[in-house]
Design a protein around this ligand. Structure first.
Ligand code: SDX
Length: 388
C-alpha cells in the first residue's frame, strides 16, 4: 500500500507548535492580552518597563520590584566604545535595521557573561541570562540613536539613567528631553508592540534558542526576520503609500488600482486577526490627536479614506487595518524618520522575543520540522563530459 502522504502546512498556517502564557490573540474578536491583562488597560495605565517585567517574570511588579528593574535597565544603556567605533564605520546609507542587527551582534563578544552560558538551559544559568537580557534590551535604543546621530553628522548623545526607556530613546535621538506627551506616545507604542504570540520573528528567535544558542544570536535572528515588509517592515511601507496617495480624494482609485494589480496594501490584513487589530485602534486615536496638533490632518484623512475603501472591498474577507497602518503615522508626526519605524518595533518586540525564549527554554525541545520530499527517489550519476 502506498504510504500515506502526510499533510503539509505551508507557512505553518493555523498550526500550534508550543504553549505559551505570555500573550493571547483573539483573531475573531480583535482582542489582545498579555498574561491576562488587556492591551487597552496596559496601554493606558502601564509602562514598557512594567510590561517587560510582566512578560519576563509572569506578574506585574510591586513598586520595589519595578524600581529595581528600572534601575537595572537604565544602568545598562551605554554601549562599549569599540561598538560605537563599529557603528561609525558602517555606511551612513545603511538601513537602520541592518545597523541594529550588526550592533546587537557586535555587543555579544564584549559581554563577559556570554562565553560561559551558551549551550546551557535558562535554569542552569538564569542569573547570567537575565543580565544578558537586560543588556540587550537596554542597549538597542542606544545603538539606534547613536547611528541616527552619526548619519546626520551630529554628536552622539549619551544615555541618561533618570529618564524612562521611551523618554531616554527620544532624548538620545533628538538631543533634547521629549515633552511628556511625546514620551507617553513612544511608551504606548513600545507597550503595543511588545508581544504578539508566535509571529514570524518570535518563532524565528525560538528556532535559534531551541538549539541552546544564546540570546544575542536569538535577537539577531528576530531583527533579521522582523525587517521583512510582510512583517515589521510594513509600517515604513504603509506611510510611504499614504505619502504617495497624497490626499483623501485619490485614495479610492489608488487602492483599487493596486488591488487590481494583485498588490498588497501594507498595514492591512493579518494571519490571525480577521477583525480590526486592537493595537491599530489605539494608535488611530493618537494619530488623530497628533494630526490636529501638528496640522497634518490631510495625512490622517487620507488614511481614513484608505481604511474605508479597504474595509468596503476586503472587510468581508477579514482584512482590516493592522498595527502597522497607524504606527507609522504616529512616528512620522512625532518627527521620527521613516526608516527608524521598524527599529522601534524591534526595540519593543525584544521584550517579547526574550520572554518567549525564557518560557520555551523551561522545557526546551529542538525545533526541527519535516519537509515532504517530492524529488526523484533515484538518479544515475552521469560523468561530466558525458552530460548534454
Ligand atoms: C505584523 O503575525 C503577527 O502577529 C505580526 C504582527 C506582530 O505584532 O508581530 O502583528 C505584526 O507583521 C502585522 C502584518 C504587517 N504586514 C502587512 O501589513 C503586509 C500586508 N499584509 C499581508 O501581506 C498579509 O495580510 C499578511 C502577510 C500579513 C498575512 O497574510 P496571510 O495570512 O498569509 O494571508 P494570505 O497572504 O494568504 O492572504 C489571504 C488573501 C489573499 O487573497 P486571495 O489569494 O485569497 O485572493 O487575502 C489577501 C491575499 O491577496 N490579502 C491582501 C492583503 N492581505 C491579505 N490583499 C491586499 N492587501 C493586503 N494587505
Amino acid at each position: 500500500m502506498a504510504s500515506e502522504v502526510p499533510p503539509v502546512y505551508i507557512g505553518l498556517k493555523g498550526i500550534y507548535v508550543a504553549k505559551t502564557a505570555l500573550s493571547y490573540i483573539d483573531g475573531e474578536r480583535g482582542r489582545l492580552i498579555y498574561r491576562g491583562y488587556s492591551i487597552e488597560d496596559l496601554a493606558e495605565h502601564s509602562s514598557f518597563e512594567e510590561v517587560t517585567y510582566l512578560l519576563w517574570f509572569g506578574k506585574l511588579p510591586n513598586r520595589k520590584e519595578l524600581e529595581e528593574f528600572k534601575e537595572n535597565l537604565s544602568r545598562e544603556r551605554e554601549i562599549p566604545d569599540d561598538v560605537v567605533d563599529i557603528l561609525r564605520k558602517l555606511p551612513k546609507s545603511s538601513h537602520p535595521m541592518d545597523v541594529l542587527k550588526t550592533g546587537v551582534a557586535a555587543l555579544g563578544p564584549f559581554d563577559p557573561d556570554l562565553p560561559n552560558i551558551w549551550g546551557q538551559h535558562i535554569h542552569e544559568k538564569r542569573t547570567e541570562n537575565l543580565r544578558i537580557a537586560i543588556r540587550i534590551l537596554s542597549k538597542m535604543p542606544t545603538i539606534m540613536a547613536y547611528f541616527h546621530r552619526m548619519r546626520e553628522g551630529k554628536e552622539i548623545v549619551r544615555p541618561r539613567t533618570d529618564l524612562s526607556h521611551a523618554a531616554n530613546f527620544l532624548y538620545m535621538m533628538w538631543g533634547r528631553e521629549p515633552k511628556e506627551i511625546e514620551a507617553k506616545l513612544m511608551d504606548v507604542a513600545l507597550i503595543l508592540h511588545a508581544d504578539h504570540g508566535f509571529n514570524a520573528s518570535t518563532f524565528a528567535c525560538l528556532v535559534t534558542a531551541s538549539t541552546l544558542s544564546d540570546l544575542y544570536s536569538a535577537v539577531v535572528t528576530g531583527i533579521s526576520t522582523l525587517k521583512g515588509p510582510l512583517h515589521g517592515g510594513a509600517n515604513e511601507q504603509a506611510l510611504k503609500m499614504l505619502m504617495e496617495i497624497g490626499s483623501p480624494e485619490r485614495a479610492r482609485d489608488y487602492v483599487k488600482a493596486k488591488l487590481e494589480r494583485k498588490e498588497r496594501i501594507m498595514g492591512f490584513g493579518h494571519r490571525v486577526y480577521k477583525a480590526y487589530d486592537p493595537r491599530a485602534r489605539i494608535l488611530k486615536k493618537y494619530a488623530e490627536m497628533l494630526a490636529k496638533e501638528t496640522g497634518q490632518e490631510n495625512l490622517f484623512n487620507t488614511a481614513l479614506e484608505v481604511e474605508k475603501v479597504m474595509i468596503e472591498l476586503l472587510g468581508k474577507k477579514g482584512i482590516f487595518p493592522n498595527v502597522d497602518f497607524y504606527s507609522g503615522q504616529v512616528y512620522h508626526m512625532l518627527g521620527i524618520p521613516t526608516d527608524i519605524f521598524t527599529p522601534i518595533f524591534a526595540i519593543s518586540r525584544t521584550s517579547g522575543w526574550i520572554g518567549h525564549v525564557f518560557e520555551y527554554w523551561e522545557e526546551n525541545v529542538l525545533i526541527r520540522p519535516r519537509a515532504l520530499y517530492v524529488g526523484p527517489m533515484e538518479a544515475k550519476y552521469i560523468p561530466l563530459d558525458e552530460r548534454l
